[in-house]
Design a protein. Structure first.
Length: 404
């Protein structure tokens, strides 16, 4: 009841500008969103968020005293937490720029304990001059390329193969030739590095991103570089002040190719310390002073690539294929690791889907096969002696879109 009341309050607050500025020709507000229902079956236990809804990869083997795999157990669930509401605002010009804003939330919650809770997704203001735009607020991390991302039915949107994160940021987009330059200074909130956003905040330097996106008709090509610095600790385990940093440098390239009613999307990413983008990897302790216990760190290197082919609009037929691989650390690991899937060598996924669109309603089905190779990490974090475990997820989703 409390969550529903909060939702009503949010809708009321979002509607206030419509009433206050009803006579102002320069102010408008519109609402859009969708109701979404998901039902899914998994052939084994999985590593997920929100009661299994956000799937990363199958859980590794967990043997009991009889040698049986405890995680080799199917499960099923139904949820409607993706249901979403978006308010789009447009106002009078300011500083010579067109102004707009967006507030968007969903019922995904902030954690499993908060599932069904109303959660902020996007909230930003945008100033748009002719050829130059500035955005202030929370929206997609530039490594999540809105012009080239997996259009899968699953809410994981290709994770942990494709990057996924929404972040507070200052973002510049400037038209250059047939494309645009994207530059951003980025913080962390809901999607954070190991231990939370503190390590990025204490590094003082925001996550820095630079990308160029070229448009040719309906085709899009792009490449970008991303730099991130963390300060994992302010004091050693015996109370000595420390300022040791771990840095990560990542590169992305992508293309979206349109052929009439068919689309091919391609993306490759080679990066370091991408835990906050819901990728495998992170960082590890690679040196420790025996007296002060001061630590030095090295990021995990990760390679990922995916491709997607889709055809049709009212009746879409599509398939997503991708993989990601742990490439280990540059230096020998001597202490703790702060990583996702540190005992995984690679993850492979293939996910064919069928989508029916009729008016404002969509029915979609997807068969998602995901395999993860678990093993033993060596001194550089490379995983050896692997054994593959797999999960098959069958997903049925029903959407109802609205706009006012």
């Amino acid at each position: 009841m409390r969550r529903f009341s909060l939702f009503l309050i949010i809708v009321f607050v979002m509607t206030i500008p419509l009433v206050l500025f009803a006579q102002d020709d320069g102010m408008s507000i519109s609402f859009k969103g969708f109701v979404k229902f998901d039902a899914f079956f998994d052939s084994r236990q999985t590593v997920t968020a929100r009661e299994g809804h956000f799937l990363l990869y199958p859980a590794g083997e967990s043997k009991d005293a009889n040698g049986d795999d405890i995680n080799e157990k199917a499960n099923v669930n139904m949820l409607a937490v993706q249901t979403r509401l978006t308010g789009v605002f447009k106002g009078p010009d300011a500083f010579g720029a067109k102004t707009s804003g967006v507030i968007e939330g969903a019922f995904f919650g902030h954690s499993n304990a908060d599932i069904n809770g109303f959660r902020l997704r996007h909230a930003y203001v945008k100033l748009d001059w002719d050829g130059t735009a500035l955005l202030f607020g929370q929206t997609w991390h530039p490594l999540f390329v809105t012009a080239c991302f997996p259009h899968v039915v699953s809410f994981n949107t290709g994770v942990p193969i494709a990057p996924f994160s929404r972040n507070p940021q200052i973002r510049l987009e400037k038209k250059m030739g047939s494309g645009k330059l994207i530059a951003a200074l980025i913080a962390q909130r809901d999607f954070a590095s190991p231990g939370g956003s503190t390590s990025l905040r204490n590094a003082v330097i925001p996550n820095i991103h630079l990308q160029y996106q070229l448009m040719s008709g309906k085709n899009v090509f792009g490449a970008g570089v991303d730099y991130k610095q963390l300060v994992p600790k302010l004091a050693t385990d015996n109370g000595i002040k420390t300022d040791q940093k771990v840095t990560g440098l990542s590169y992305i390239g992508y293309a979206t190719l349109n052929f009439g009613g068919s689309v091919i999307r391609l993306q490759g990413l080679y990066g370091q310390n991408l835990y906050d983008l819901l990728q495998i990897g992170g960082y590890a302790v690679t040196k420790q002073d025996p007296v002060t216990l001061e630590e030095e760190y090295s990021p995990y290197n990760v390679l990922s690539a995916w491709a997607e082919f889709s055809t049709g609009k009212e009746f879409e037929k599509a398939v997503f294929v991708g993989f990601t691989q742990n490439k280990g650390t540059n230096d020998d690991i001597v202490g703790a690791t702060f990583a996702r899937g540190g005992n995984i060598d690679k993850v492979f996924r293939v996910a064919p889907r069928l989508v029916w669109n009729s008016g404002k309603t969509r029915i979609a089905t997807e068969l998602e096969y995901t395999a993860a190779d678990y093993g033993t990490p060596d001194v550089k974090g490379l995983v050896k002696d692997t054994k593959s475990v797999s999960n098959i997820r069958f997903l049925l989703a029903v959407y109802y879109f609205f706009k006012k």
